[in-house]
Write a protein that binds this ligand. Sequence first.
Ligand SMILES: *Cc1c(COP(=O)(O)O)cnc(C)c1O
Length: 357
Amino acid sequence: MKKRNFSAGPSILPQQTIEETAKAILDFNGSTLSLMEVSHRGKDFIAVMDETEALFKELLNIPEGYSVIFLGGGASLQFCMVPFNLLEKKAAYLNTGTWASKAMKEAKLFGEVVEVATSKPDNFTYIPKDYVIPADADYFHITTNNTIFGTEILTDLDSPVPLVADMSSDIFSRVIDVSKYGIIYGGAQKNLAPAGVTFVIIRNDLLGKVSRPIPTMLDYKTHIDNGSMFNTPPVVPVYAAMQTLRWMKANGGVPAMEKLNIKKAEILYAEIDRNPVFKGTCAVEDRSRMNVCFVMSDEYKDKEADFLAFAKERNLDGLKGHRSVGGFRASIYNAMPIEGVQDLIDAMQAFEKEVTK
Ligand SMILES: *Cc1c(COP(=O)(O)O)cnc(C)c1O
């Protein structure tokens, strides 16, 4: 039996995505050639790129005036590409975790960076809410889901300046109003596809405003003008992304994903709060629906390794927490069925029986 995969990223994908991509790697569209060995400029692959882009627009309800592009370099390259393309004088950042901090570090190479608020002194256990976004900033950058610390911004924020969001780990997990964002970007390997492709959704009118020259490959315009085909795109991850998007569409689209994600998070957090052996690590109102962080209660602190081994025996994989939080992290992305979450809850209850008897 396949293990239940709770890894934070690379992470669980729909079985359909894995199987269909495996088939195309052996024989792409009946061509007898592998997806890995055919031209990205052939009509069959161009159709894949077109469908992936179209499904992005359809499933996220992306309005006119926005482009969707697929790049290499991971979300980490976007930490630099965003300021390269948008930061003329000053940018504002909400510092809610490791990834936000890394994004800020890159932006500082290009101009003034204002940290509007941070929860760092409390080890990023909550999302700051009272802060002022400078009206003269070129943009305001947020990380909607903090994959490492398990907090999430679950609403589309109002911003007086273009809102830029790293949605690497919660894209397609809830319905969003794209019109409230200037740029949305993310690495695919959390909720969409294998590592290797990065999506960027850009409001076109934000581009062409900075005075510095931009190297061709780092200029969003290059990739918009060339349909993500300026250079060879990561063909296998793009193909896998298309399969995941098809799977999502066939299963009710983002509203259905959101409904199920709310349910999954609800039952898991309810167990963490009920079970005397475990406790949550984040402010209740900011708890992530994607990455559920929890630790042993003080009384059972020495049982951490025991629970991981106990879970492993029950086929539950990838639950070890990130080193900066400790304890456990259950990543329950779109592809994790509610039965998988229930298996984890059952394990927590069985473990409770064992240690409290
Ligand atoms: C994983 C992650 C990143 C880094 O993504 P790469 O594709 O590895 O560069 C950035 N931001 C968030 C929120 C992430 O979860």
